[in-house]
Design a protein around this ligand. Structure first.
Ligand code: ADP
Ligand code: MG
Length: 719
């Protein structure tokens, strides 16, 4: 018999165990049994071929439609082309070499599982030399012999090269036969309270469901394990930070914050005012604020953050603003100084009476500037210090840091936020305000950001113009690409400006890959200058330009001295040139949904509608195209983040990804399992309140320890 901690070698034999270890990183019985089926094929129901993605390892259940044999051109032998279908779409399987037996076996009309890497071949999808297992009635080596009662449902596992789904299925079967029932990690009262089966039952049922009901309840139980693990850790975290105190910064009348409000050139939106009040109340207290502020690009988060920082300055303390890149930090410092005017010129000629100082502290400062900046932070002369997250790692000391504002949360990991908390000293944490333009669905906020309060700005300041987005399928409709450049010229002729964004800079050494590398700034610029954009004033911006050059280019563009800015994603956030009305994004499929959304927020900032053109060679029907279609379909960031989450999940399911990389969240869907997440949160809260270290609950303690680390890290990386 075997338990979950046992090595697989003793259960399935060395050969299979080695294959599972090297291909999927599965080493123990528990690893294998938590390698759940990606999905379940129903005998007779074929896999939807439209959902397959180039470059991924997939397992499809399909019917053979036709076969043809062609001689190979370059050497002796032949290619057997087998066309398989899901009833509407087709996929070609190419087998190389002389294999008369294969031709006999792969007859039209038969059904089987086919596994391999999806490639594009002459504009259609292909599997080259796939592994396969025929499963229709006249095959006697099919799954029916492997699994006697699994006559209807076929589990399809995340597979890897050389380790197709059905081999994994056999190993799982063997392992389940040997499995011993151990003490359940979830205590009995909890299982009873929520109607959950035991782990032993659930593991059997998820791999070999005898009915849909059994499968549903198994999945529910295993999702609980995941949700509870996350929530337990979060509950513990809340407990430990709950004991910390923060520097209290009550609002002060007659201070710099009031002076700033008086001279604001616009009226705050209702949302800005409400969120501002909530933040103000938090800052006044001695409990560390931990708040996420989400709002569309251009919704006016910066003003909200600045008002919070000024309240802190009024209390005689300091605020730090962290941006994801140096370019952005510099830009933030500039725009804060602009917004503040003479209120930011303390000690200078022309500085206002109640002024403070905004200090930029980045790696590209000269030694002398740097020394001064460090001094300003340490002495308290700088009420506001702006930098990148490097500010935390370096030996920067503050006189009295009370608030840290982080712009664009997605670039910051949880660890960085933790590092931050300890900055203010023993048992004292600064208040933290995190700003993001990519809204986060409630369940994600509860899970990944479980310890953050969230507020949203759902309304754009008046005077914003709509952005329309169009996907330009360059592979299918090359003429559309010409139209893109024409359109851009038209905007310039109207006196407007344009961005062209590329995924790559182009000064990297050439790669070995045969696939076309993504479009690069340095390659595209001469092509445009000598081609479709000849005669226009074109500027170049990317992360490897020296800092002063970057600044000069940005300034020239902002001043209207350039018509077109060809850039990498350095312009993603914060850049504000209202006269720019069109953005062309090359190889748009290389960017994530939220990144595209951020990027296009750079246009339509003035009173002219913005236009965003997403150029791609991804083929229709791929999930890359589905992502672009989502970006095209809505400019509502909240809606988009839901679509994105959904698409990512579907991609995972259909892709049967090569990597079997273990991660805590395998079944739990942050989108669909809101109820489980909410319930497990309440349970975790209760358990941790009574037993903070989980000493009375060793099963739960182990569950939490096992799952938590890579899950959070991974979600953050993917975003
Ligand atoms: P975000 O950081 O949310 O993308 P910003 O704070 O940078 O947005 O605001 C974008 C622009 O809108 C800035 O120029 C800012 O001064 C302006 N703005 C902010 N709030 C308002 C408002 N209530 N009314 C008009 N303009 C505003
Ligand atoms: Mg901003």
């Amino acid at each position: 018999m075997a338990v979950l901690a046992d090595r697989l070698t003793d259960v399935v034999g060395a050969r299979t165990a080695n294959a599972l270890a090297s291909a999927l990183d599965l080493h123990t019985v528990g690893d294998l049994l938590r390698h759940y089926p990606r999905r379940y094929a129903q005998r007779g129901e074929l896999t939807d071929i439209a959902g397959l993605e180039i470059g991924e390892h997939v397992t499809v259940l399909a019917r053979i439609e036709s076969t043809t044999k062609k001689p190979m051109r370059t050497r002796k032998g032949s290619i057997l082309e087998v066309t398989i279908t899901d009833g509407s779409r087709r996929l070609t399987c190419a087998f190389f070499g002389n294999q008369t037996w294969r031709e006999r076996e792969l007859r039209p009309g038969r059904t089987g599982l086919f596994a391999g890497k999806v490639t594009a071949f002459r504009r259609s999808l292909q599997l080259a030399n796939p592994e396969y297992e025929l499963i229709d009635s006249d095959s006697d080596d099919g799954l029916s012999t492997v699994d006697d009662f699994l006559s209807r449902i076929i589990p399809v596992y995340p597979a890897a090269q050389g380790l197709p789904s059905w081999r994994i299925s056999k190993a799982v079967h063997q392992t389940l036969e040997m499995l011993d029932a151990e003490p359940d990690p979830l205590p009995e009262w909890l299982r009873r309270e929520h109607g959950l089966p035991t782990l032993f039952e659930a593991l059997h049922a998820i791999h070999r469901p005898r009915s849909d009901a059994e499968l549903r309840s198994a999945r529910m139980r295993l999702k609980w394990d995941e949700a509870l693990a996350v929530q337990l850790v979060l509950a513990q975290r809340r407990r430990s930070t709950g004991g910390r105190t923060a520097p209290a910064c009550p609002p002060k009348s007659g201070g710099i914050a009031e002076a700033f409000d008086e001279r604001l050139p616009f009226r705050l939106t209702e949302g800005q005012r409400e969120v501002g009040e909530a933040i103000s109340a938090d800052l006044a207290g001695e409990h560390p604020m931990n708040r996420l502020l989400q709002g569309e690009v251009g919704s006016g988060k910066t003003v909200v953050a600045l008002r919070a920082m000024l309240q802190v300055v009024d209390a005689g303390r300091q605020a730090a603003l962290l941006a994801p890149t140096e370019v952005l930090a510099a830009q933030h410092a500039r725009s804060l100084r602009e917004l503040l005017g003479d209120l930011a010129r303390a000690g200078e000629l022309g500085g206002a009476e109640r002024a403070t100082r905004v200090t930029l502290l980045t790696g590209s400062l000269s030694a002398r500037q740097r020394k001064q900046a460090l001094l300003d932070a340490a002495s308290g002369a700088a009420g506001i210090v702006v930098g990148t997250h490097a500010l935390l790692g370096e030996h920067v000391s503050f006189a009295d840091l009370a608030l840290v504002v982080i712009d664009e949360q997605h670039r910051f990991g949880v660890e960085q936020r933790d590092a931050l908390r300890s900055r203010a000293g023993e048992d004292i944490s600064p208040h933290v305000l995190v700003m993001t333009a990519t809204p986060i669905p409630r369940t994600v906020a509860m899970t990944v950001y479980g310890d953050l309060e969230t507020s949203s700005l759902r309304q754009l300041p008046s005077g914003r113009s709509p952005i329309s987005t169009t996907v330009v399928p360059a592979a299918e409709k090359p003429a559309w690409l010409e139209r893109v450049w024409q359109r851009l010229r038209e905007e310039v002729a109207e006196g407007h400006q344009a961005y062209v964004v590329c995924p790559r800079i182009g000064d990297e050494p050439p790669s070995e890959k045969t696939e076309r590398p993504p479009v690069a700034v340095l390659d595209l610029v001469p092509e445009l200058e000598n081609g479709p954009l000849a005669g226009l004033r074109i500027g170049v911006l990317h992360g490897r330009l020296p800092g002063d050059e970057k600044d000069a280019v940005m300034r020239a563009f902002a001043a209207g001295e350039l018509d077109v800015l060809v850039a990498t994603t350095v312009i993603e956030v914060g850049v504000n040139v209202p006269n720019a009305t069109v953005m062309v994004i090359m190889d748009a499929d290389r960017f994530g949904v939220s990144q595209l959304h951020q990027l296009r927020g750079r246009v339509g900032r003035g009173n002219v509608p913005g236009l965003c053109l997403l150029v791609t060679e991804a083929l229709e029907g791929t999930s890359a195209r589905a992502r672009l279609a989502a970006v095209e379909s809505t400019t509502d960031g909240f809606e988009l983040s839901k679509l994105d989450l959904e698409l990512r999940r579907e991609g995972d399911i259909l892709g049967a990804a090569q990597s079997g990389k273990r991660s805590g969240l395998k079944l739990l869907s942050l989108l669909r399992d809101e109820e489980i997440i909410a319930r497990s949160r309440r349970v975790a809260q209760r358990v941790v309140a009574a037993d903070p270290e989980l000493t009375e609950h060793p099963g739960l303690a182990a569950l939490a320890a096992d799952m938590i680390d890579d899950e959070r890290a991974e979600y953050l990386e993917k975003t």
